[in-house]
Design a protein around this ligand. Structure first.
Ligand code: HEM
Length: 414
């Protein structure tokens, strides 16, 4: 009965959302004993949903647009204006096909090859250091690998600062104030650099077939090249999220540390176990808190009417811990993904179809990279984990192990 739907839409809850972080939505679903409630968030009435049925509903083809669904300050740090995520219908499918053409097995294998090269090169340096912070090291490795893979040539003295700028975009997206402003500065610098990359490729036309070239020379449905700012933005939309994978790598290292039996198990190199472990890292640890969209047509969820244009928010973190969908969701149990269908309530990178919907274009790359990193952590090297603050605060978006995961006495294993 729609009139029974819990509603707290009278008062804007944005400050509570910032204060409570990942727990904001799940706490309310629990409190209202409902998988749907209405709230006023970011100055707007929003319908919040959780669980497998919500995911199936939200990911019906073309049901929800991402246009103007998140605040402009967040959009600016993440996908940006004119990006694939802001498109709908045929224009979206066409642009998405361009992204998915970069995700073939051969292209992904090439990324993993350069990622492993960069990791092993860095491992040599780690051996000379007393201790290293995995999160920032992985961000730097991933930025170099992403640029090499994508065909973005950076002089050595710029590689590190470019990586820091991309990391600042991810850091700034979940906050207001200084972290967000730092992100906006980084956005400005990264955009300027990537616009130059696009312009160079278009001028010279002699680069090999790299992702940067695919984006630079992509034509929209009317046969036109993307404007330079949009093309640069889409190039950023493959580089920045590759750097973001560093968070899952840090969480993976934390999981190995907390579950030594799994470290032993994975060292044997069974691919299915490695993949199950990677899925569990993506389920268990908080990253994207939620996905927002707006109804493209009037619709209804379990009897609650949703007018056209209404903002709907699907809880990712809470869906991953929904007792209706998971057994013992509070425990880290990679076994749940072994020889089992992947539940609908699993949406670390969105749900539905990669090609026709908005599901993350880089999900396969993410899985490949995390697996490769876990393989290195368990078989290419030894390290100690000195005392440090490994807590993961649910109030901080995006979350991370507080210390960034420090490793000491790193040694490579031949
Ligand atoms: C979309 C998460 C990595 C490229 C998304 C969405 C989420 C997400 C939640 C939105 C889904 C929706 O709107 O329904 C993540 C997480 C990552 C990650 C947690 C881990 C680091 C990547 C990588 C790439 C990438 C590595 C590219 C190399 C994209 C693109 C979209 C997207 C292009 C927009 C797709 C569309 O609107 O059709 N991602 N992502 N992401 N992601 Fe990722």
């Amino acid at each position: 009965n729609p009139s029974d739907m819990p509603s707290e839409a009278g008062w804007d809850r944005s400050l509570a959302l910032l204060r409570e972080g990942y727990t904001f939505l799940p706490r309310r679903f629990r409190q209202y004993r409902s998988r749907v409630f209405e709230s006023r968030i970011m100055l707007e009435r929003s319908l919040c949903l959780q669980g497998a049925e919500a995911v199936r509903f939200f990911y019906q083809p073309d049901a929800f647009t991402r246009k103007a669904a998140i605040p402009p300050t967040t959009l600016k740090l993440l996908q940006g204006r004119g990006s694939v995520q802001t498109l709908d219908g045929a224009a979206h499918r066409h642009r998405k096909a361009m992204f998915m053409s970069l995700m073939t097995p051969a292209s992904r294998a090439r990324l993993i090859e350069v990622f492993s090269e960069e990791w092993l090169r860095r491992l040599n340096r780690w051996q000379a250091e007393e201790s290293v912070q995995l999160l920032t090291e992985a961000e730097d490795i991933l930025c170099r690998a992403a640029c090499r893979w994508a065909g973005v040539v950076l002089p050595e003295e710029e590689a590190q600062s470019f990586g820091r700028d991309l990391a600042a975009l991810i850091e700034g997206a979940g906050s207001i104030g200084p972290r967000n402003w730092r992100g906006l500065m980084s956005r400005w610098r990264a955009d300027r650099r990537l616009r130059a990359v696009i312009t160079d490729i278009r001028r010279s036309g002699r680069e090999a077939d790299t992702p940067a070239k695919v984006i630079a020379l992509h034509r929209d449905l009317s046969g036109k090249l993307l404007d330079v700012a949009t093309a640069a933005n889409e190039l950023n939309n493959i580089l920045r999220p590759i750097v973001a994978i560093a968070r899952f790598i840090a969480f993976g290292a934390l999981a190995l540390h907390d579950h030594p039996a799994w470290r032993e198990r994975l060292a044997k190199g069974d691919d299915a176990e490695l993949e199950a472990f990677t899925h569990e890292v993506r389920r268990y640890y908080p990253f994207f808190p939620a996905i927002a969209g707006r109804a493209n047509t009037p619709t209804a969820f379990t009897g609650c009417p949703i007018p056209m244009g209404r903002r709907v928010i699907v809880d990712i973190y809470g869906s991953h811990r929904d007792i209706g969908a998971w057994q013992q969701p509070e425990r880290f149990l990679p076994e749940r993904f072994l020889n089992a269908d992947i539940p609908d309530a699993f949406l670390p990178q969105g749900g539905g179809d990669h090609f026709t919907g908005h599901r993350c274009a880089g999900e396969w790359i993410t899985i490949d990279v995390v697996k490769a990193a876990i393989r290195h952590l368990t078989t290419s090297m030894r390290y100690e984990v000195p005392p440090q603050d490994l807590t993961v605060s649910l109030r901080r978006m995006p979350a991370k192990p507080e210390s960034g995961f420090i490793m000491s006495r790193v040694r490579s294993v031949e």
